[in-house]
Design a protein around this ligand. Structure first.
Ligand code: PLP
Length: 381
């Protein structure tokens, strides 16, 4: 049995069609996009083609896309670039690449509000409205959460931010290419994404910056990417992101329909086989392939469960394992949803993707209940 990879929220495998598109940009004759000669012009054309494809995924204009070195960098640029002054609002379940930027601004003396979330993991629009002040410059709320997979009501939240005179940024690293995101319909001013979550390469991302929004750069150099991200472009990486975006636009709906059926089968089967299993986060407002489960009374066993599954060829994640080396720390996301520190330590994240097959899910559903039962104390099996 091959390994069954069910940790697509951590990173997705490179789509072979993306690899193929990238390979053409490693060989001789590949120039610097800023050079005027033919190899340079070819590289420039490839970068601009990728920009059109990324813009197309969000119904944005190509000139509104800035390539970055990662989703983390896109989030940093959005927030640091906008927050030269004023008050910042972020949700308390953001990825560390937003939360830690917010904390660093707070240490520099700027006012920051960390918004609470409801027990289902969603931000309530009235709580955002109450947090907005006359000097609020930016609201940053993620499109979909990396730990629990819940999808926020962006259209309503961005309207609340705009009514209060603030800009709206969304970290769409988990959502991009998985659910439709039209920046105009959603009222988003800034949107971050990362290639390695949509079957592209690691180490490349992008930030959508609405044409009317002006950001201060974090880096200074040769003026590439409209001066917002100066550095010689990672041409092969950018080409990979462009190809991944083009494929996502074409295949997102078919992928989603298939993954929702597999996801719901996993949730239903595990809930009926294991009476103590519970789903974390809203049942329906979630990414198509994303499941976060807890096992009541067994939360302390989450890491052992993960390792036992690994030994049987199934790769899943513990709900908190979305930052470097995180071991058994309670997840800040589950804590913000009101879970106690024990329950917040013990979730299992199962995330499906384009390459997840029905046979993979069959294997998971054979071994997961067995492993979970074996770890349960004798009396409660
Ligand atoms: N934002 C979210 C929601 C994520 O899940 C991640 C990665 O796990 C990031 C940002 C960071 O993206 P990158 O790994 O490209 O820096």
């Amino acid at each position: 049995m091959n390994d069954v990879y069910l940790d697509n929220a951590a990173t997705t495998p490179l789509d072979p069609r993306v690899r193929e598109a990238m390979l053409a940009h490693f060989g001789p004759g590949c120039g610097n996009p800023s050079s005027l000669h033919r190899p340079g012009r070819l590289a420039r054309a490839a970068v601009e083609d990728a920009r059109r494809n990324v813009a197309g995924l969000f119904s944005a204009r190509p000139e509104e896309i800035v390539f970055t070195g990662s989703g983390t960098e896109a989030n940093n640029l959005a927030i640091l670039g906008a927050m030269t002054e004023g008050h910042l609002v972020v949700s308390s379940i953001e990825h560390p690449s937003v939360l830690q930027v917010a904390r660093s601004l707070e240490r520099r003396g700027l006012a920051v509000t960390f918004l609470p979330v409801e027990p289902d993991g969603l931000v309530a629009p009235p709580s955002l409205a109450a947090a907005i002040r006359p000097d609020t410059r930016l609201v940053s709320i993620m499109a979909a959460n990396n730990v629990i997979g819940t999808v926020q009501p962006l259209e309503v939240l961005s309207q609340v931010a705009h009514d209060g005179g603030a800009l709206f940024h969304t970290d769409a690293v988990q959502a991009a290419g998985k659910i439709p995101l039209d920046v105009t319909r959603l009222g988003v001013d800034l949107l971050s994404l990362s290639a390695h979550k949509l079957y592209g390469p690691q180490g490349v991302g992008a930030l959508f910056v609405r044409a009317e929004v002006s950001l201060a750069p974090m880096l200074f150099g040769g003026g590439q990417e409209r001066g917002l991200r100066p550095a010689t472009e990672n041409v092969a990486g950018v080409v990979g992101l462009g190809k991944a975006a083009e494929l996502a636009r074409r295949e997102m709906v078919a992928d989603a329909v298939r993954l929702v059926a597999l996801r719901d089968r996993i949730v239903d089967t595990l809930s009926s086989e294991l009476p103590n299993a519970y789903l974390i986060g809203d049942r329906y407002r979630r990414l198509p392939g994303h499941i976060c489960m807890g096992l009541a009374g067994q939360e302390v066993e989450a890491i052992r469960l993960l390792l036992e599954l690994d030994a049987r060829g199934v790769a899943v994640s513990s709900g908190s394992a979305c930052s470097a080396g995180s071991g058994n720390e309670p997840s800040h996301v589950l804590r913000a949803m009101g879970r106690d520190p024990i329950a917040a330590r013990g979730s299992i994240r199962i995330t499906l993707g384009r390459f997840t097959s029905t046979a993979d899910v069959d294997h998971l559903l054979r071994v997961f209940p067995e492993v979970a039962r074996a770890l349960r104390p004798q009396a409660s099996r």
